[in-house]
Design a protein around this ligand. Sequence first.
Ligand SMILES: Nc1ncnc2c1ncn2[C@@H]1O[C@H](COP(=O)(O)OP(=O)(O)OP(=O)(O)O)[C@@H](O)[C@H]1O
Ligand SMILES: [Mg+2]
Length: 349
Amino acid sequence: MFRKAKSVVGLDLGHQVVKAVEISMEGPEPVITGFARAEVSAGADRAEAITKVFQEGKFRSKSVVTAVSGQAVVVRYITMMQMNDAELRQAIRFESDKYLPFESDEVQIDCQRLTRKPHAPTEGAAAQEQMSVVIAACKKSAIEERIKEIAKNGLTPLAVDVDVFALANAWELCGLAEVAGEGGQERAIALVDVGASVTSINVLCGGETCFSREIGIGGQDMSQAVARRLGLENTEAEALKRDPQGREAEISRAIAPVLEDLVSELTLSLDYVENREGLRVEEILLSGGGVLAPGTVSFLEQATGRTTRTWNPLEGLRVAESRVNVQAMEACASSLAVAIGLASRACAQ
Ligand SMILES: Nc1ncnc2c1ncn2[C@@H]1O[C@H](COP(=O)(O)OP(=O)(O)OP(=O)(O)O)[C@@H](O)[C@H]1O
Ligand SMILES: [Mg+2]
């Protein structure tokens, strides 16, 4: 699946918006050389939006990295006895049914050892005898579907990633990842991407993923809450949420129950990971179009009791201004984290 490419298009097939960002390597420096987005109209086929994105994006490259998410993918963080990479691959192949709810012949499995040692080793073993491993399994049918969607547009699929990992790759690419906090202490942060239907979480401990999860709550639920509370049609509510015209307070109140549900799931996850890793998640870093709804950031900060802010995945990246509509891209920057993370594979070629 992996081929050499100097430019890579990261294609984020969101539920509501298809986004594509092209990153090209100019020497050692990654540069954004293309951008396009298209809304998936209600009830319409996503294929139309994909075609539109590739027509408008005028990308240099035909190499595309996209991702899978949702129920087709399972990610597990497990503790195993120390072994080398070849042994690990063998072990996962034979023991995958122990960790995954899928038949091994219907999924594509990948795994990687983590540098961080297990905080609480399994009984009878010392921490240095064990290692933490992340396993990702995806239904082959879901991967094939993605590949078909890309090939239909005359493009070459370079790799199929997972949304939550792309999020962390974007964070790392922007040079924002911190391995150590003040005083050399390891720090844990949570990247939280609030999309239209799904909120993706990736907790990084010392700059490395140690927990990830998707929650089925997002901006669409907020729009529906606005529609119900203010007696509007869904499309009117969506438009008002994006451009509140002085009605910010009403919208904040309408979406509060949705944010409460989101916070209770998020808190469950953070408590779990803090307990397992023996670290406090100090900061929540938000991305995704969903976080733009009025009052969302402050609500999440208050309700979780953790420093919370949005981050800009374009920060620190040079943009080829002759090829990209910078203003349009900046306007939706928060929702580009996954696309940028996918395109960051250009750096690894
Ligand atoms: N200016 C804005 N104000 C408030 N909400 C906004 C704004 N712009 C976009 N949104 C919301 O952001 C959501 C889309 O964000 P995003 O593009 O991250 O989602 P997606 O990737 O298509 O969805 P998913 O990640 O669930 O597949 C929609 O719910 C939309 O209503
Ligand atoms: Mg998304």
